[in-house]
Design a protein around this ligand. Structure first.
Ligand code: C2E
Ligand code: CA
Ligand code: CA
Ligand code: CA
Length: 278
């Protein structure tokens, strides 16, 4: 009887221990990855429902490993937030986006890049000045960048976030509210913060079916965004049926595997060519 109880306890300890060890190992490899430029940016198009000149892509970070696999950002971004390297990660991402924007310009493709910000970027008073310097040195317009922030990141410190987002918005950057609907925040953030775009979380989009709750939620968010003068993106569009439904609802942008997976930069230019954008 006593033996029976000890077994699951030991298993639990070992599992926890292994997990902690893996995370510790990853965490220490992160600093090296930054120093050695091991990261890579992938780009996923946001497909427009209306014809406009500018093409939108979201930059998604990848950490390739020697064996050809990737460590997903969902795994290493939280570690970078814990070990204090996230601010450098964001600056690395921005630096690379600035270079890639120059590449797009050379190819004569008019693009706007979406970048994912961490809660810690929004808490750092230096961030707006860093962003301003990058844009100035790269001879870019702030309208070429969209800053994606999550409700959860905003709620960590609403007052601080409101200040920084107002500053960034005043400088001409667009603010996109990512993972909308999952953050348990109140709708007042839409009223109190300078939000230009709402991205409907993929959990609602992927589970859309005629007449179900997810469908009703997606419809209502699109309606809300339209009435607030925000553009609206549906992420996680995986099927033609859902794409057609979203187009009918006049969703502004559709993003998902149905249209295109995130692509390495080298594959983005052929994609643009195939789309007739250059
Ligand atoms: P996110 O910002 O919500 O990004 C969307 C995620 O959904 C991406 O996962 C993308 O590859 C995936 N996705 C796109 N289309 C589909 C689809 O049709 N179906 C499904 N099931 N998934 C789809 P990814 O690239 O693994 O990134 C995960 C998260 O990691 C991102 O979620 C974002 O929160 C974070 N992240 C990625 N890159 C960065 C970065 O540069 N900085 C920061 N701070 N976070 C990042
Ligand atoms: Ca995002
Ligand atoms: Ca999202
Ligand atoms: Ca997410």
């Amino acid at each position: 009887e006593a033996k029976k109880q000890r077994i699951p306890y030991r298993l639990y300890c070992d599992a926890l221990d292994n997990d902690a060890k893996t995370r510790l190992a990853l965490s220490s490899k992160l600093h090296l990855a930054l120093a050695e430029n091991q990261f890579e940016l992938y780009y996923q198009p946001l497909v427009k429902s209306k014809v406009t000149k500018t093409h939108h892509f979201e930059a998604l970070l990848r950490w390739p490993q020697a064996d050809g696999s990737f460590i997903p950002p969902d795994q290493f971004i939280p570690l970078a937030e814990q070990n204090g390297s996230i601010r450098q990660v964001t600056l690395w991402v921005l630096d690379n986006i600035v270079q890639h924007l120059a590449d797009f310009a050379k190819q004569d493709i008019d693009v706007c890049i979406h970048i994912n910000l961490s809660v810690l970027d929004l808490q750092d008073e230096r961030f707006s000045a860093q962003l301003a310097a990058l844009v100035r040195d790269g001879k870019l317009s702030p309208t070429q960048l969209v800053l994606e922030v999550t409700e959860t990141a905003i709620m960590a410190d609403v007052t601080k976030t409101r200040d920084i987002l107002s500053k960034l918005s005043g400088m001409g950057f667009s603010i996109s509210l990512d993972d909308f609907g999952t953050g348990f925040s109140s709708l007042s953030i839409l009223r109190e913060l300078p939000i230009n775009q709402i991205k409907i979380d993929r959990s609602f989009v992927m589970a859309m079916h005629n007449g179900n709750t997810n469908n009703a939620i997606v419809r209502s968010i699109i309606f809300l965004a339209q009435n607030l003068g925000c553009s609206v993106v549906a992420e996680g569009v995986e099927t033609q049926a859902i794409a057609e439904e979203l187009i009918q609802l006049q969703c502004d942008y559709l993003q998902g595997y149905y249209y295109c997976k995130p692509l390495p930069l080298a594959a983005v230019f052929p994609y643009c060519e195939q789309q007739g954008w250059k």
